[in-house]
Design a protein around this ligand. Structure first.
Ligand SMILES: [Fe+2]
Length: 426
């Protein structure tokens, strides 16, 4: 029995204690991600899809405030009842909200007040968890778990949104100290360009496969139920921007309308491509995975390469054989890395580095049921006009992602760490 347990005189149920430790760690990591910023950086919003860091820090606190604290304790009081209006993202059933594209106009509450809000929520939530350790497992406990995964989603958004904001600044501010490539693990070496061309096609036989989540452990509602899918035999593994025959019609229109000629953040200097990273501008490295491409660009690249994007079922079948490890936010690189030859004969980099666009529309699985109540709005209502991405990125916390995890974005979105994996029919 630990000292803390002895003080209360009872053996604490381990899951609640673990949850409290994870709560502390994950909440602290959001603040750690914010630390390199100057106070002015917290407030700006560079486009309607991106939110200020200050808003992310407050909104993730509002989530616990509303769905756990206020719902479970009638005596609980939020520090300011108006915060609900400012920091509700899209929950219609919880009430009216501040307009999303105008989040950057909120100079008040101040950054300091938002941190005070976070610490208020932390104190009350930890006290609630402490009380829960004394008795039966309360019914709101899974909502704390959901709130932590929600916070981790926003940790990635803090990074992608501040990268977009810094790119909008001609000074190209640096968020991280300049990237130093991590040494490769012993016995491994990077692949040459020629080796990458020749390698990477792994065959999978046709068959009835199961995909989706079936416990134990946390998963979002959109990953269930686990269900069979027929998967036909398949194989999984420069310059297509000016050829309309390679593009989906909507994609080509977007290329023309937006003037795209390279991935987001690429810029030409003296005949060389440079790119914005969270460590500032640097030359594009030819052996690093391309990122910040839309679904349209990923699909057009696949056409150019005489291939296609994998379906999400194919991706999950291939990923099921891979260890859940890779270049996640914990590596502190916040930038994709070149592939490494690990000699394992499995697809490389299925996890981490870049989210991989699939050709699957984001739709409910057969038998899908959204969560009850307001949290039913978390995932289900976005199942239209978006595509599924899989595998996590260099900005995703490692313990946030799973083989069954379904990320989703509109096909023209480019500001996430999104990239390409190819597939071919067998
Ligand atoms: Fe959110």
């Amino acid at each position: 029995m630990s000292v803390a347990n002895a003080v209360h005189g009872v053996e604490r149920p381990a899951p609640v204690r673990d949850l409290a430790e994870r709560f502390r760690r994950i909440r602290a990591f959001s603040e750690e991600l914010s630390r390199p910023l100057a106070v002015e950086d917290y407030v700006i919003q560079s486009m309607p899809d991106a939110s200020p860091t200050k808003w992310h820090l407050a909104h993730t606190s509002w989530f616990f405030d509303t769905f756990v604290l206020a719902a479970s304790d009638p005596s609980y009081r939020s520090p300011d009842p108006r915060y609900g209006h400012l920091f509700n993202s899209y929950y219609e059933s919880v009430g009216e909200r501040h307009c999303r594209p105008r989040r950057g106009l909120l100079s008040r509450p101040t950054v300091e007040e938002v941190f005070a809000y976070r610490h208020h929520v932390d104190r009350h939530l930890l006290a609630l968890l402490d009380r829960a350790m004394q008795g039966e497992s309360p019914e709101w406990l899974p909502l704390v778990e959901l709130g932590l995964h929600h916070e981790q989603q926003h940790q990635e958004l803090i990074l992608t949104d501040i990268k977009h904001a810094f790119h909008a600044n001609p000074l190209r501010p640096v968020y991280l100290s300049p990237l130093t490539p991590a040494p490769l693990p012993a016995g491994q070496r990077g692949l040459s360009g020629e080796e990458r061309e020749l390698s990477g096609w792994i065959s999978y036989p046709a068959g009835l496969r199961e995909i989706g989540h079936d416990g134990p452990g946390f998963a979002f509602d959109n990953e269930s139920p686990r269900h069979p899918e027929w998967v036909a035999a398949f194989r999984i593994d420069d310059g297509g921007y000016a050829q309309p025959r390679l593009w989906l019609s909507e994609g080509w229109k977007t290329v023309a309308a937006q003037g795209w000629e390279a991935p987001l953040y690429w810029q030409r200097h003296d005949g060389e491509w440079w790119t914005m990273t969270l460590a500032g501008m640097r030359r594009v490295e030819a052996d690093e995975p391309v990122c910040h491409v839309s679904y349209y660009e990923a699909d057009a690249y696949a056409q150019w390469a005489d291939a296609r994007l994998p379906t999400e079922a194919e991706w999950e079948v291939a990923a099921a054989e891979c260890p859940l490890e890779g270049n996640f936010v914990e590596s502190r690189a916040c930038h994709p890395r070149a592939a490494v030859d690990d000699g394992a004969g499995r697809p490389r980099q299925m996890f981490g580095d870049v989210w991989e666009w699939t050709r699957s529309a984001y739709l409910p699985y057969p038998g899908y049921r959204p969560l009850a109540g307001a949290l039913g709005e978390y995932n289900g209502k976005f199942m239209s006009n978006q595509m599924v991405l899989r595998g996590g990125s260099c900005a995703t916390p490692c313990d946030h992602v799973r083989t069954t995890y379904r990320n989703f974005f509109p096909p023209d979105a480019r500001w996430q760490f999104s990239g390409v994996r190819l597939a071919r029919d067998e």
